[in-house]
Design a protein around this ligand. Structure first.
Ligand SMILES: NC(=O)c1ccc[n+]([C@@H]2O[C@H](COP(=O)([O-])OP(=O)(O)OC[C@H]3O[C@@H](n4cnc5c(N)ncnc54)[C@H](OP(=O)(O)O)[C@@H]3O)[C@@H](O)[C@H]2O)c1
Length: 259
């Protein structure tokens, strides 16, 4: 029995995930599955997208920090009669503080969400994508992935993982017709900064909009790029970082995140 293809977006209740959902509903008209903890926000967005664009939109309320959440999500999507054609691993958060001052359960939650859930979800969708010789996986990393980030030590490291993992996977899965992209946004005007405690830092002074980030990400995915840095100001960053002494880059990153 042929199943309806769908795009699953984690962290679709706000920010970049919400912007991706809006743009995909308008352009692709593929069924969407919106995932996050705040089910009421997802339900409102889903209703709006159905009315505006006539697309099928399903909502799954789930805490992806919980062990086993990825398996639960894939089973819930299958139960809806949907097959995942595009997976967008966008849900994530950061914490701005000295590592030694952070509560360890928040650190564990961040690692579970930013890395473990993303990896498990990716692993779960690959078999059916390989069978169809078609599929797209978008992982949201960050410009924090390119260097060590004092005050964001764990967050930056989780995003380095996402970047390296995604670029390697893009090379592995090309022969199977599966596109994988790591998206590296710079500072973007979303609730991320409230959650992280970034207010008062230089990071929040020049920000892109989530709509611009989503547009660049979708365009780069269409072109088959394995990685994209969003925002004109951020684009040269990976290049300059390679030329500068590592300690100097770390010092600068720390200054940008200092409150
Ligand atoms: N904003 C920036 O400056 C920036 C820069 C670089 C990279 N990024 C990355 O971009 C991605 C999206 O962040 P954003 O900027 O759009 O921030 P945001 O507006 O705070 O969105 C984060 C999303 O993740 C969801 N989420 C958080 N914890 C979750 C959990 N335990 N289970 C399920 N969903 C969860 C949130 O929904 P619920 O609260 O409803 O669960 C929300 O939909 C993140 O991976 C972030 O690291 C952001």
């Amino acid at each position: 029995m042929s199943q309806t293809l769908a795009t699953v977006i984690t962290g679709a209740s706000s920010g970049i995930g919400e912007a991706l959902a809006c743009q995909l509903a308008a352009k692709e008209k593929q069924a969407l599955v919106l995932v996050a903890r705040r089910q009421d926000k997802l339900a409102n967005l889903a209703a709006e997208l159905r009315t505006k664009h006539g697309v099928r939109v399903e909502v799954i309320g789930l805490d992806l920090e919980q062990v086993g959440a990825a398996t639960q999500l894939v089973a819930a999507v299958e139960a809806l009669g949907l097959s995942i054609d595009m997976l967008i691993n966008n849900a994530g958060f950061g914490l701005n503080d000295n590592f030694g001052d952070m509560a360890i359960d928040r650190v564990q939650g961040m690692m579970q969400l930013n890395m473990v859930a993303l990896t498990e979800l990716t692993h779960a969708v690959l078999p059916s994508m390989r069978e169809r010789k078609q599929g797209r996986i978008m992982n949201i990393a960050s410009v924090a992935a390119f260097q060590a980030c004092p005050n964001f030590a764990v967050y930056g490291a989780t995003k380095s993982y996402v970047l390296m993992f995604s670029e390697a996977l893009a090379a592995e899965e090309k022969k199977n017709g599966i596109k994988v992209i790591a998206v590296c946004p710079g500072a973007t005007a979303t609730a991320f900064h409230d959650v992280a405690g970034n207010h008062g830092t230089f990071l929040t002074k020049i920000m892109d909009t989530p709509e611009t980030v989503a547009k660049t990400a979708l365009c780069a995915m269409k072109c088959g790029c394995p990685m994209v840095v969003t925002g004109l100001m951020n684009k040269p960053l990976p290049f300059f970082i390679r030329l500068m002494p590592r300690q100097c880059v770390t010092w600068m990153a720390g200054k940008l995140a200092a409150r």
